[in-house]
Write a protein that binds this ligand. Structure first.
Ligand SMILES: [Zn+2]
Length: 172
């Protein structure tokens, strides 16, 4: 076999390998390990994803809010935690909750808490003042919470769905 023929066989083989590698890769792409930012240690599904890359504290975040907003947040984070394990990540203006993906968060205002979470489909409900579509199964829902009582069974149910988005369950 000449050199040219040999290299053609080799390139065909590597083509096939690439093809099967691609299909395996697309099947399990959501099982790959999370990328860890070398600077701040936060974890992401993709490399070099944009993030605030810093350490923020809950104390700073709630510094300009009335004490009851912090109490509302405590109840919100209890609801989030009741869905399963997740990481709480205080950021510059919000707190995010992450399993693999970030699926929920809260933004403190002076006298209320804006709660948000990702649902796999848009839900029409008067309680949401904003719904933002990021992808076909990725819709951010925003909800203004004025008292702990507003964090009711509906919110708990939505958070459970959001948690599954965070686990990327629909893709497995
Ligand atoms: Zn970082």
């Amino acid at each position: 076999m000449g050199i040219a023929q040999r290299s053609e066989v080799r390139s065909q083989r590597s083509d096939n390998l690439e093809k099967s590698a691609r299909s395996v890769k697309s099947a399990v792409r959501n099982l790959k390990p999370l990328w860890k930012c070398p600077k701040c240690g936060e974890r992401f599904t993709g490399r070099n994803m944009w993030h605030s890359c810093g350490k923020f504290s809950l104390q700073d975040l709630f510094a300009h809010s009335e004490p009851r907003v912090r109490k509302i947040f405590r109840k919100f984070s209890r609801l989030v935690r009741s869905c399963g394990r997740s990481r709480m990540i205080p950021q510059k203006s919000r707190v995010a909750f992450q399993v693999r993906m970030r699926f929920a968060g809260a933004t403190p205002r002076k006298s209320c808490l804006i709660c948000h979470f990702i649902l796999p489909r848009r839900i029409e409900d008067r309680r949401f003042h904003k719904v933002e579509t990021f992808g076909p199964r990725c819709h951010g829902h925003y909800l203004r919470i004025d008292s702990e009582r507003d964090l009711d069974g509906d919110v708990a149910g939505w958070l459970k769905q959001a948690y599954e988005v965070g686990q990327q369950k629909q893709l497995l």
